[in-house]
Design a protein around this ligand. Structure first.
Ligand code: NAD
Ligand code: ZN
Length: 352
């Protein structure tokens, strides 16, 4: 089979590989559509997970099942499925402890990390019954790709920040993940959503998803702007979906006592994160920082898929650049690296 692979840090291309073998609990699938992620850019060009040789990239797709193992009960060849970017080992002790995504630190992230990813004619899914979900018939393959990672990650930021009815919430970064954090924050009943970001295409989408106020990190410290907007009171919760390690200090500064930060942002550089002592209540301010990899798995896919299927969440504004056919994969990947101003997510549709 053909797959689009990372040859080494900074180099990529199409390669030939054997089709993966299907274990008794596994499935082999073929993509109907794939989406490019910021993480593919981090992996390939920034060496975020270290060097990889001939590893097929990609972890966002929807697919058709072509083969299942002898112990798989709920899926069969021909089923169209949602595929989470994170496919935990559901028998692990970590999963039993409630942290399915960390069967080993971050080890639920398998595609294009510990094994070949989904930019390929065929790909392998572990624990098929626990990880796949049937694709609702009224969700297009393009929209279904947003359910692999963007929706569950953005929403997990909201869970980590523990957003409650009436909260004032700051969402830092309104790329596709942050936009889904805005949408999730709105669904959780926040009264005011202050979004940090300026690109017009993202600002427009953020408004649709419920953002009420905007701040630019290019106009000086975020916390000062937020304090001005809130009459010096600050915010109840912060979801971080962009920026670097310095963002945490900003978030702590504009958080009310007892406030919570939910981080889903990947921190690619810096050895430590500074927490400002005074604004952290000299250690006693009850300000919590929670950072997490999104939980994958079937239940979450089914529930989030149901939101889209029922028309309660419209993910279509995210897919700004849609291509047809594998021939356009490289173009789509390079587009994500170069991030033109009008881009949110590039998607490549293989089969409608
Ligand atoms: P993105 O790069 O499209 O969006 C990040 C946004 O943050 C950009 O619009 C950027 O302009 C903005 N930004 C940069 N510096 C900023 C600052 N100082 N303050 C505020 N905003 C700033 O990326 P994305 O696809 O939306 O993903 C967001 C992050 O989530 C990435 O780091 C990605 O690797 C990570 N991620 C995490 C998980 C997870 O499971 N936790 C899953 C997928 C992606
Ligand atoms: Zn992703």
């Amino acid at each position: 089979m053909k797959g689009y692979a990372m040859l080494k840090i900074g180099e990529s291309g199409w390669i030939e590989k054997d089709r993966p073998a299907c274990g008794p609990m596994d499935a082999i699938c073929k993509p109907l559509a794939v989406a490019i992620c910021t993480s593919d850019v981090h992996t390939l060009w920034e060496g975020a997970i270290g060097d990889r040789h001939n590893m097929i990239l990609g972890h966002e797709c929807c697919a058709e099942v072509v083969e299942v193992g002898s112990m798989v009960k709920d899926f069969k060849p021909g089923d169209r499925v949602l595929v989470p970017a994170i496919t935990p080992d559901w028998n692990s002790l970590e999963a039993q402890a409630g942290f399915s995504m960390h069967s080993g630190m971050l080890a639920g992230w398998k595609f294009s990390n510990f094994k070949d990813g989904v930019f390929s004619e065929y790909f392998h899914v572990n624990d098929a019954d626990g990880n796949l979900a049937l694709l609702p018939s009224n969700i297009s393959p393009t929209d279904a790709c947003m359910l692999s990672d963007m929706v569950p990650t953005g929403f997990h930021g909201v869970e980590l920040a523990d957003v409650q009815f009436g909260d004032t919430v700051l969402v830092v970064g309104i790329g596709p993940v942050g936009l889904m954090s805005v949408a999730g924050t709105n669904m959780r009943g926040a009264s005011r959503i202050i979004a940090v970001g300026t690109r017009p295409v993202c600002v427009e989408a953020a408004k649709k998803y419920g953002a009420t106020d905007f701040v630019s990190y290019k106009n000086g410290p975020i916390w000062k702007q937020v304090m001005d907007m809130t009459d010096g009171k600050g915010v109840d919760k912060v979801v971080i979906a962009g920026g670097g390690v310095e963002t945490f200090a900003e978030a702590v500064k504009c958080l009310k006592p007892g406030g919570k930060i939910g981080n889903v942002n990947y921190l690619g550089s810096g050895d430590t994160i500074d927490i400002p002592r005074t604004e952290w209540g000299v250690g006693m301010g009850h300000k919590q920082i929670n950072g997490g990899l999104m939980p994958g798995g079937r239940l979450r896919m089914e529930k989030l898929g149901a939101l889209v299927s029922a028309g309660k969440l419209d993910v279509s504004p995210l897919s700004t650049h849609v291509f047809k056919g594998w021939d356009h994969l490289e173009e789509a990947l390079f587009l994500m690296r170069d991030k033109p101003a009008d881009l949110i997510k590039p998607v490549v549709v293989i089969e409608e």
